[in-house]
Design a protein around this ligand. Structure first.
Ligand SMILES: NC(=O)CC[C@H](N)C(=O)O
Length: 316
């Protein structure tokens, strides 16, 4: 299939948005974090940031939303930059096939989480970063502000507090891993950092921009030509994308690969970011979720995008 020219993208986005909006009402806004339950359900936004520097948007692409598990992608990248392969002593890289907040595998697998994108794995990553940075919140925000090119980027303290007050399950996982020696800091401190991290807000346009390095061999376009242009090496980038393809959508990762065939990261705020290597990044947001915690309209829109463009497995 011939891939679309850039001039066709606005029309494509418009078409996908109209089709997607017909699916409002098919999912449910996350409510296990009370502050997220207040988000208006019928919203849909999508942004495509291309490696040539252009960005195309439709609908609510400039409305900030809660990144939630999408932040696990960025904390993982920060930990990979800091620790390199030593990271793999503390977390695996296999799909879990279990819910994002499942605890069962930790028992049989000696407190080593399956991958960095389920809650247990992300908690270990935040533990690693907590050991390394006195103020993790600023290290992470600093990196995200750089990537999104927005010095105002922040997390929502009300959402962070709301999750922190309902964090018993994540806390249980942290203690369980500590009992196996795979958690080095006070779980309460790591949970503070984790809940703040998850409450980071971005718009689709910003998220597409901030993840652009994954489509561009690890290069941060905002720093093109400068010595620290590479946020990741090309080899690291390839590996991160492989993990996103196999583990980025929890226990729906296989279904996402079948439908969308792109590296993705999803979050219960209703966002999904997808990487089209060499082409660009796509961020889509719609708060209604399916039973596995992934955005119904978001998955639909990405599936339509790859059907209509041929981007995806065939283009990489
Ligand atoms: N899947 C998600 O987005 C989950 C993130 C959420 N903060 C949690 O830990 O439950």
């Amino acid at each position: 299939m011939a891939h679309p020219s850039l001039s066709e993208i606005p029309h494509l986005l418009q078409r996908i948005s109209e089709e997607a909006r017909a699916h409002f009402g098919e999912g449910k806004v996350a409510n296990y974090i009370p502050a997220l339950a207040n988000v208006k359900p019928n919203q849909f936004g999508m942004a495509i940031a291309c490696v040539d520097g252009s960005t195309h948007t439709v609908g609510d692409a400039h409305v900030p939303f809660s990144l939630q598990s999408i932040t696990k992608l960025f904390t993982f990248v920060l930990a990979l930059r800091a620790e390199g392969d030593a990271l793999w002593q503390r977390v695996g890289r296999e799909p879990s096939g279990a819910a994002f907040n499942s605890i069962v595998q930790l028992e049989t697998e000696n407190g080593i989480p399956r991958n960095p994108f389920i809650n247990a794995g992300a908690l270990v990553i935040t533990d690693i970063l907590t050991s390394r940075y006195v103020q993790l919140d600023y290290a992470l925000l600093g990196a995200l502000r750089r990537l999104a090119d927005d010095p105002e980027l922040h997390w929502n303290p009300e959402v962070a507090r709301s999750e922190r007050e309902h964090a018993d399950r994540n806390m249980a996982m942290a203690y369980f891993m500590k009992s196996h020696g795979n958690f080095h800091n006070d779980p309460a401190l790591v949970l503070d950092n984790y809940c703040a991290q998850c409450a980071t807000e971005m718009t689709c346009a910003q998220l597409a921009q901030a993840s652009m390095f994954l489509a561009n061999d690890g290069r941060d376009l905002t720093l093109q030509g400068q010595p620290d242009e590479h946020f990741l090496t090309a080899d690291q980038t390839r590996r991160v994308n492989a993990l996103l393809l196999t583990c980025g959508a929890y226990d729906a990762a296989g279904d996402f690969a079948y439908r969308i065939s792109l590296p993705v990261k999803t979050g219960v705020g209703g966002g999904i970011v997808a990487v089209i290597p060499e082409v660009g990044t796509v961020a889509v947001w719609s708060p209604e979720l399916d039973a596995k915690g992934n955005s119904v309209l978001g998955a639909f829109a990405l599936e339509r995008l790859v059907q209509l463009t041929g981007w995806g497995y065939s283009s990489v």
